[in-house]
Design a protein around this ligand. Structure first.
Ligand code: NAD
Length: 458
């Protein structure tokens, strides 16, 4: 496999010079080609998502396939504008010159994807890489093998490997790829592996975009509409069975609202994910594999051992890798469930007496990928946004900031660096090159030596 990887890399390194000169029409044609290929493979993609994650068709359509169509459509609509060199204002030192920023393709890029939204998270950076005029080598996750197989087939049938190629496989393939001097690496996955990727990138000074994870908190303050918050959190926490990078990880709630929240959360989950009193397995995803199922079961066990109270849920079914929606209260800050990203359908609820306590709780921990606020107090909304750090936030909702391509999507600190979607994805895969067009009237000569004759200019 190493020979194949090295061969494709060498071919892409050659080809990148040709791609560098492509105009918007050529790139738009490629984006259309990708969209058509996805349409041709749509049924197989839905079947693969069902097989890997038991994702129902509607959820797969909204969170994976349609998401990519809209990403492609947005790029097609905006590409000419994104690519246009952007003039900036002059300064005294280059008074008569033209000053522009050019968007230059990075070159040959590596895209490594995780398993939780295995189609979307492989294709979305690819859309940006194509829009920005790059070659790309893709590495889907081995933990979602059906989707990896379809993506690999789709790419092989649609693109010349000297432009875009897909390599299925486990860590050993990722490790072989990471040995190469890529012009950019776009990695989506865990914070721990993000560090491995950044270390490998440092050897070649490859630039990186790291889309990582973490514990995304929700603050519910005394002024919030608790029923509305509970319903939105129920959806955000349980879509894809909690295996979402920006899923609400835990809730910090004003003490007096805890009971109402627990009752409303249960009622909302029953309304959204149950059918005639039973968890609706046709619309509720499974845990990706036995290892993660055991990890979540173990985490729940540890949380209860450490004194958390099981308010609802907790049932686990090994045969179909299902973990029921679960809500815990009496969770102390030191509880093991607060030590790692849960990435499953277990929701710890922690109470606070005053808002500052909740803010301090978040600020003592790693910077999260998302932070959600439910509050009808403008003062509190602003206080939380200004006094905390997070990749992105929603006020009175969850997850939806990811759906607007006009907003940058990415983490900060241990939840990542750089951003994706829309122009932000285009920029991640481009180098912003400063170009000065000097005029005959250029004033630079004023600062040439001999300096002693020019001291009067200062
Ligand atoms: P992971 O880090 O285990 O794996 C991601 C990819 O890296 C896979 O393709 C895997 O094969 C590869 N990989 C694993 N170990 C490697 C190593 N040692 N060297 C090189 N490559 C390696 O992550 P995962 O379990 O697939 O995904 C879950 C994590 O991803 C969660 O933390 C989640 O929050 C995060 N995530 C983040 C985003 C985001 O947009 N920020 C989106 C989805 C998931």
């Amino acid at each position: 496999m190493d020979d194949k990887i090295n061969g494709v890399f060498a071919a892409q390194q050659q080809n990148k010079f040709l791609l560098r000169t492509t105009d918007a029409e050529v790139r738009i044609a490629k984006l259309n080609l990708l969209k058509q290929a996805i349409k041709n493979f749509e049924e197989e993609i839905f079947a693969a998502l069902q097989s890997d994650l038991r994702k129902c068709r509607f959820e797969s359509a909204v969170t994976e396939v349609l998401f990519i169509y809209s990403e492609i459509d947005h790029a097609i609509k905006k590409l000419k504008g994104w690519m246009r060199p952007r003039g900036v204002s002059r300064t005294i030192s280059n008074l008569f010159s033209g000053n522009k920023i050019y968007y230059e393709p990075k070159g040959v890029c590596l895209i490594i994807a995780p398993w939780n939204y295995p189609f979307q998270l492989l294709m979305s950076p690819l859309v940006s890489a194509i829009a920005a005029g790059n070659c790309a080598m893709l590495k889907p996750s081995e933990l979602s093998p059906a989707v990896a197989g379809i993506c690999s087939k789709l790419i092989a049938q649609t693109f010349d490997p000297k432009e875009i190629a897909c390599f299925e496989g486990d860590t050993s393939i990722a490790t072989a790829l990471l040995k190469l001097p890529f012009d950019h690496i776009f990695f989506t996955g865990s914070t721990a592996v993000g560090k491995v990727v950044m270390e490998a990138a440092a050897k070649h000074l490859s630039s990186v975009t790291l889309e990582l994870g973490g514990k995304s908190p929700v603050i519910i303050d005394h002024s919030a509409d608790v029923k509305d918050a509970a319903r939105k959190i129920a959806w955000g926490k349980l879509v894809n069975a909690g295996q979402t990078c920006i899923a609400p990880d835990y809730v910090l709630i004003a003490e007096e609202l805890e009971k109402e929240f627990v009752t409303s959360f249960k009622a909302s989950v029953e309304q959204l994910f149950f059918n005639q009193g039973e968890l609706n397995l046709t619309e509720y995803a499974k845990i990706i594999n036995q290892k993660h199922f055991d990890r979540l079961k173990g985490l729940l066990h540890l949380a209860l051992q450490a004194g958390a109270r099981l308010e609802w849920g907790g049932q686990t079914t090994a045969e179909n890798l299902t973990i029921h929606p679960t809500i815990l209260t009496a969770v102390e800050a030191e509880n093991p469930i607060m030590a790692e990203e849960i990435f499953g359908p277990i929701l710890p609820v922690i109470t606070y007496k005053n808002l500052q306590e909740a803010i301090d709780f978040i600020n003592k921990r790693d910077k999260p990928l998302a932070l959600y606020v439910f509050s009808n107090s403008a003062e509190n909304q602003n206080k939380i946004i200004r006094e905390t750090s997070a990749g992105g936030s929603c006020i009175n909702d969850v997850l939806i900031h990811i759906s607007n391509p006009n907003l940058p999507f990415g983490g900060v600190g241990s939840s990542g660096m750089g951003s994706c979607h829309g122009i932000y994805g285009f920029k991640s895969f481009s180098h912003e090159k400063a170009v000065v067009f000097q005029s005959r009237l250029g004033l630079t000569k004023l600062i040439y030596p001999p300096y002693h004759q020019k001291m009067g200019l200062l």
